[in-house]
Design a protein around this ligand. Sequence first.
Ligand code: ZN
Length: 317
Amino acid sequence: MSLSRVAIAMDIGGTNLRYAVVDENAKILAKGVQQTSESDGKEAVIERILDSAKLAVSWAETKPIAIGLALASPVDPVTGVMQMPPNILSLKGYSLNNDLHESTGLPIFAANDATLAALSEYKFGLQNAVSNMVYLTLSTGVGGGQIIDGKIHNGSRGFAAEWGHLTLDFNGNPCNCGSTGCFETYCSGPSIVRLAKEILSETSTKSTLTQHLNNLTPLNIASAARQGDRFSIELWDRIGSYLGVALSVILNTLDPDVIVIGGGVSSALDLMMKAARQEIKVRALYPYDNDIPVVSAKLGDDAGLIGAAALAFDNIN
Ligand SMILES: [Zn+2]
């Protein structure tokens, strides 16, 4: 029996550097994780990435076909340059491709991490069952990716599908991107916590969350809502309305078969969808009725790694 082909996948974010050996069926055969810290400086971060790649290559029983990189930044689709990594700013304008190729001898392919999560949800969550798909991750930030006619769409400069920076209110709160009132400033985990704290500390609203004001998380706000806390239920309705406005814009501009929503905050998707549906019914041009094409992601935290490996396999085939 011949051994199946394997790729090295690396998911490089602002907090963690994850690396794995992955086969063509998206099975993770071995994986490791290290912390990345901006304070270590650019050279140390790059050295850690190169060392991790060599370690992952040493785990593979057959020679890997390539290395796929999922990067927390818009990525130039040709050069692999990280255009704007918000949490690893020292790597802005840098491409890992040459250094990684020199140290491992393998071909290197890189793309945005949410784009590659989209690819993995498309191939292994939806089993290629549709042609056009949008992926949103509601997490520390709001990221996005899109599949058009079965292929990832990066845009000309790697900035496509940055739905997190869709303006919902041009007089809204400042966003990390420099704009104001972005979708991310309403529906990311930190934004939801900030809004809950603002309302609870500035009003006499009653909530079971009041006693946990210093350790609020989207998860415990969701848990309070499920236990009937009126404030938390209404807060998720409000967040769901913002989500619904953003989803309506996506539906009206891209007309995807389906929008897949992942990231930690998506565990509260059921709490948001009633209000989101109402917005979509009003704002979307297509009459979706009760068949609004929004579903939860299936692959969880490994979506970036699996997508990075899929990118490698797609380019070598
Ligand atoms: Zn923004």
